[in-house]
Design a protein around this ligand. Structure first.
Ligand SMILES: *Cc1c(COP(=O)(O)O)cnc(C)c1O
Length: 370
């Protein structure tokens, strides 16, 4: 077993993921929309196979890499997989064999796929309704559809697009994107529409269409960060990150610590070194009293530079803290709580980056174990 000795680990609450999935399903229920959980990037770092097993009643999943499809199929996940970034070079055979539905944005991708299929393979046309990222511009959709319809080896089953500003609930561009998408689907009976991400699901009912693609909300953060919290969106936190104190040191007044001696004590001070660092995705920008951790439910500031494998916290105010004491970097400890949203603010980033950065060398523990 990899990393079985590490006293640093992630606890992932699959019941909370299932709860958040239900929040998404309830939100789209009035439209009869199907929910395809987004489990790309290893389910935002938390473990795609475990999350897919926990959500095994989902009618399908969304992924970003064809390699992810291989992993999921090997783990026995049988639902349709939507590959949102198109077909990678030399990926056609695998797409066809693994029942993966790619979002394509060139007719040539359809052609490559059509050449290797024995029965018509489903695909979605990715259309650009206003993000200027991937996709056919709306005016090219009719031509592309006509061209692909003539290819015997493939079958367009849906149109997909992505919202650029849905995290701002009031932004006027989102209704415009929805309207463009609606027009593209009009008079094209039988084609499925997929537009909504988490923010679309919770904030823009008109974006629901046939298939919704929730990501971040499943993992316990509001898609409207920093304007709304997970509580306000009815979500539950999923990630707890814990470690144990490796060594404590009592420093004299005026003594300095760590690389660059960036922290110098004012008075008598006790610090604890924790076996976690930027090699684990505990970012270097969290040092120098930016971040805090929880010990016995109380907050202790991170001091000095974050190292690759170690970080120091000032435990002067926590008399019980000693070697082996449990430390919570993220999640609940007694009355204390540090969420991925708070950590995102410390790092000047978004909750997505906080969790996707937690490195694979931090072992994941699942409750309930899948
Ligand atoms: C990542 C992604 C999503 C999920 O977005 P969230 O904001 O995490 O809900 C949906 N659709 C596409 C195309 C994506 O790439």
């Amino acid at each position: 077993m990899i990393n079985q000795f590490r006293p640093t680990w992630l606890e992932i609450d699959l019941n909370a993921v299932a709860h958040n999935h239900d929040v998404a399903r309830q939100a789209v229920k009035p439209h009869g929309t199907r929910v395809f959980p987004v489990i790309k990037d290893n389910a935002y770092g938390l473990g795609a196979v475990a999350v897919a097993h926990a959500l095994n009643n989902a009618p399908g999943f969304c992924i970003a890499l064809l390699e992810e499809a291989v992993t999921l199929r090997q783990a026995g996940i049988t639902q349709p997989l939507l590959l949102v970034t198109g077909i990678p070079p030399h990926g056609e055979e695998t797409v066809a064999n693994l029942n993966v539905t790619p979002f394509i944005f060139h007719t040539e991708q359809a052609q490559r796929l059509a050449r290797v299929t024995r029965k018509p393979a489903p695909l979605f046309l990715k259309v650009d309704t206003g993000m200027a990222r991937l996709g056919f511009p709306p005016e090219q959709v009719a031509t592309a559809l006509a061209e692909i319809t003539r290819m015997p080896g493939v079958r367009v089953t849906g149109l997909a697009s992505h919202l650029a500003l849905a995290d701002d609930r009031e932004h006027p561009e989102t209704p415009r994107q929805i309207q463009r998408f609606r027009q593209l689907l009009a008079h094209r009976e039988g084609l499925l529409g997929s537009l909504a991400n988490s923010a679309g699901i919770l904030g823009h009912p008109a974006s629901h269409f046939d298939i919704a693609r929730p990501g971040i909300m499943l993992y316990g953060a509001s898609p409207f960060f920093p304007h709304r919290t997970w509580q306000e969106d009815g979500l539950r936190p999923v990630v707890t990150w814990r470690t144990r104190i490796l060594q404590t040191r009592t420093l004299h007044p005026g003594e300095s610590l760590g690389y660059g001696h960036l922290f110098t004590t004012q008075g008598p001070c006790r610090v604890a070194w924790l076996p976690v660092g930027y090699g684990d995705g505990y970012c270097r920008s969290l040092g120098q009293e930016r971040a805090q951790v929880l010990i016995h439910g109380q907050r202790a500031p991170v001091v000095g530079r974050v190292c690759m494998d170690l970080v120091a916290v000032d435990v002067s105010g926590i008399p019980g803290a000693g070697e082996g004491t449990l430390v919570t970097l993220l999640g609940q400890d007694g009355a204390g709580f540090i969420g991925i949203e708070e950590m995102a603010r410390w790092q000047e980033t978004i909750p997505y980056e906080v969790i996707t950065r937690i490195s694979p060398r931090v072992p994941r523990r699942y409750t309930p174990f899948p």
